[in-house]
Design a protein around this ligand. Structure first.
Ligand SMILES: [Zn+2]
Length: 584
């Protein structure tokens, strides 16, 4: 059999060709199956038996037991099938009929961010605080940290200031003897005090940055202190970032949560030098319990003290290891339709098509990185942005048709036109979706207000994308786009399209998908987006033994209560890394 050909056949249309190939004997060579020829020593390290294991392997969707050796599944089948691998040293875990699925894969997360500033000692207060409460929090913070050279904090509510923009006068009244910067609740804007503007060298003569905004007083031309998007980066590039210990503590807090939620792999959508070092250290210590795909921020404006793409790209190969693969190159192709920093095919409700935050210089670099084998990952919310980037991928494939087996990744795809959907499959671009926003709520109302009813028809076009045979992956985008990264919450939204934070009788927003599809895109789909579908993502012989055991069979419960299920075990490469009974 010609391996190359069948792989290509498979790539022509994922889901569609899986069905066609199943049972034809082509599966092993087509990219989805694991290597069946590997020889196993007969005795398993551990077996899990008496379970209802949903494998996400279409040939063999349910199994009763698995045998694991050296971190990989050596057999998946009935209790009898695995009996022969049980030896004197084998640990046997009786699942008591419990339900299991492959370890969940979060295809888009910023894992240091949820706790970085807290661990780094920043000033944090909730967006619900009024000005008096912020002043109090500020005073308490300065009393507790009298020697901090500068104050970084967040997050003030838009409602506190005219046009949602705070100014330096207000911040100077809270602290004037040292630089300070406070971000707003959307984290796309911030206010700097006079001392911080001085430190960053922002004056009335500073030109407006590309893709950013320095607000200036219309009378005097002086900066008001309000900075948006890339203008904030000017400040961050001037202050020293946290030491590695802070990054490590922040990452470990998130990892502990992810493990308890059943996540065994993720794509770090903004991998930087401190994270590279922490992953390496943890892997050396044997404490890294995830398969991680790292994506290096590439936009010129995203540069700061920790993110300079050039040295990172240069050392990526050196950092590649069994658990960490910094193969990704990440661009923010646009911002968000809420601030019209996304390009839309139709006009926004108040006119104009919006903008992108990348241009031909970035597109050329994407093409160059793809040529070198890099996995191009681009944040794209607007349907116009998606279309423009698909044109770039079109060029990548045209320049190098051989590269078709190397997938790329469009993140969010919040708005997606029908005519662009078939291009994902054809160009082997993974469509990643962020379901934690796909329900009727304040955010989708704001989106509709901004983009208008016509564009809203193309919001979260997930079902159609799956039906097209494209590879689909799911990301939480925690903490940017979500309050947590619990995969059960994402599963629930995928199959209900209703608010997963409260019990409700909402009408679904858009088309729910089938549970089996939802589980697949959150496991095998994620593995594909990491280019690791041969090693991860399903419970199959030869693949990494990553599995999650739940207290309820997700196929038998009310979809509205998926979030109430409990993780019993998280198993990573055959090790139980979370045990509900131990953590009570
Ligand atoms: Zn993100």
């Amino acid at each position: 059999m010609n391996d190359q050909l069948s792989r290509r056949d498979f790539l022509k249309c994922a889901a569609v060709s899986i069905a066609a190939l199943a049972g034809s004997g082509l599966m092993a060579g087509c990219g989805m199956g694991a290597d069946m020829t590997e020889k196993w020593d007969e005795e398993a390290n551990i077996v899990f038996t008496n379970g209802k294991i949903y494998t996400v392997n279409k040939k063999n969707p349910f199994a009763e037991a698995v045998a694991i050796k050296d971190g990989k599944f050596m057999e998946v089948g009935s209790a009898r099938d695995i009996e022969k691998f049980v030896g004197q040293q084998t640990r046997i875990v009786d699942l008591g009929g419990a339900f299991a699925v492959p370890g969940f894969i979060d295809s888009h997360i910023h894992p240091a961010q949820p706790y970085l500033h807290e661990e780094g000692g920043a000033l944090l207060f909730p967006e619900s605080f009024n000005k008096d409460q912020i002043a109090e929090a500020f005073a308490a913070y300065l009393k507790k940290n009298p020697n901090v050279p500068y104050v970084i904090g967040e997050k003030w509510g838009f409602g506190l200031f005219p046009n949602g923009r705070a100014n330096k006068k207000w911040l100077d009244s809270l602290v004037s003897d040292r630089p300070a910067l406070l971000r707003d609740e959307g984290r796309h804007g911030a206010v700097a005090n006079t001392a911080m503007l001085k430190l960053a060298g922002i004056t009335k003569d500073t030109p407006q940055p590309k893709y950013g905004f320095i607000e200036k007083d219309p009378q005097t031309g002086e900066p008001t202190g309000y900075l948006a998007e890339t203008a904030m980066q000017t400040v961050f590039s001037k202050i020293p970032m946290y030491p590695d210990e802070v990054w490590e503590r922040a990452l470990k807090r998130v990892m502990q949560k992810l493990t308890a939620w059943g996540v065994t792999a993720y794509t770090d959508a903004s991998a930087n030098a401190p994270q590279f070092r922490v992953y390496r250290k943890m892997e050396d210590e044997g404490s890294l319990n995830f398969h991680i795909s790292g994506s290096i921020p590439m936009n010129d404006w995203a540069k700061d003290r920790v993110v300079d793409p050039e040295p990172l790209v240069a050392m990526a190969g050196e950092y590649r290891s069994p658990l960490f693969d910094p193969i990704g190159r990440k661009w923010w192709g646009d911002g968000t339709p809420l601030s019209k920093t996304s390009l839309m095919v139709a006009e926004y409700a108040d006119g104009g098509h919006g903008t992108m935050t990348t241009d031909q210089i970035d597109f050329d670099r994407m093409i160059e990185e793809a040529k070198k084998g890099g996995l191009v990952m681009v944040h794209a919310m607007g349907d116009g942005t998606v279309r423009t980037l698909l044109d770039v991928f079109e060029q990548i494939r045209k320049l190098n048709p051989e590269s078709i087996s190397q997938s790329h990744h469009l993140a969010h795809c919040s708005f997606l036109r029908d005519e662009d959907i078939p291009r994902f499959c054809r160009l082997n671009v993974v469509a990643e979706f962020s379901p934690l926003q796909y329900y009727r709520g304040p955010l989708t109302s704001l989106a509709e207000e901004a983009v208008g009813a016509e564009s809203m028809k193309y919001f979260a076009n997930l079902k159609q994308t799956i039906d097209s045979g494209a590879h689909v992956a799911i990301g939480s985008d925690w903490p940017t786009g979500a309050m947590d990264a619990n995969p059960l919450r994402m599963l629930q939204v995928l199959v209900t399209r209703k608010n997963p934070y409260e019990k409700n009788n909402d009408k679904p927003l858009g088309d729910p998908i089938r549970l089996e599809d939802a589980i697949r895109v959150m496991t095998l789909g994620g593995a594909y987006s990491m280019r690791k579908e041969k090693e991860l993502g399903s419970i199959e012989k030869g693949k990494a033994a990553d599995m999650v055991v739940l207290d309820q069979n997700l196929f038998e419960i009310d979809p509205d209560s998926i979030i109430d299920s409990r993780i019993v075990y998280t198993i990573f490469t055959g090790k139980i890394v979370y045990d509900a009974n131990m953590s009570k």
